[in-house]
Design a protein around this ligand. Structure first.
Ligand SMILES: [Zn+2]
Length: 213
């Protein structure tokens, strides 16, 4: 007998099946016979409160999604290693030829908190190692907010890490090529789960501002 949380998920799957497989909706018919063709890659955080599909009310087949701790893009590294995020970016940009790549950050990011206060996580563990990618963001945030104002520092670092991920994204040769040759659109977004606002990074002035909805 499944535990209550699993039973809840199975009940949700039943509803999904009723909608897409037992009803009139032909979405999966098309998606299974024609394959996927998402227009957008979203790199989001694993945080349970910021599911990109839920936040954007996206339908099946609309989004190609990578989620990891703190929605980070590592710098381009050729050669060995288990580069799961890089593999997903390559597949989305080179094979699926997505039109947009979105880095989706968010308020109250636990990964960013772990970067600022590493003692709260496993010493020498995977989180600490992974979060080193965002060290440049931490340095910039420390110049923008006083260390004693923990909330402001946390928020600045969340925003800065989106800038870092965009810089790293552009270090991938096939991303730069897609930017130059076929107008790939790269966006930095930030979901403030405290206020319900979505902020966008403005390419021209490099600042974040709330999107008018
Ligand atoms: Zn997060």
């Amino acid at each position: 007998m499944p535990k209550r949380a699993i039973a809840r998920l199975m009940s949700g799957f039943r509803q999904f099946r009723e909608k897409f497989y037992l009803g009139d909706d032909t979405t999966y018919n098309k998606l299974s016979s024609g394959g996927q063709g998402p227009k957008t890659l979203i790199i989001g955080c694993s945080d349970s409160r910021v599911d990109p599909a839920i936040l954007s009310s996206a339908g099946p087949g609309e989004l190609f999604v990578v989620r990891n701790i703190a929605n980070l893009v590592p710098p381009y590294e050729h050669g060995g290693g288990s580069h799961g995020v890089s593999a997903a970016i390559e597949f989305a940009v080179v094979n699926l030829k997505v039109e947009n790549v979105i880095i989706l950050g968010h308020r109250q990011c636990g990964g960013i908190k772990a970067l600022l206060y590493p003692k709260e996580t496993q010493a020498g563990g995977f989180v600490q190692h992974w979060m080193k990618i965002a060290e440049p963001a931490k340095s910039r945030a420390l110049r923008k907010a006083p260390i004693e104002d923990q909330d402001a520092l946390w928020r600045h670092c969340e925003l800065e890490s989106i800038r870092t991920s965009i810089e790293n994204l552009r270090s991938f040769p096939f991303v730069e090529e897609a930017l130059q040759n076929r107008g790939l659109n790269v966006l930095g977004l930030y979901f403030d789960l405290e206020t319900g606002e979505m902020l966008e990074l403005n390419e021209k002035d490099g600042e974040f501002s709330a999107i008018a909805l």
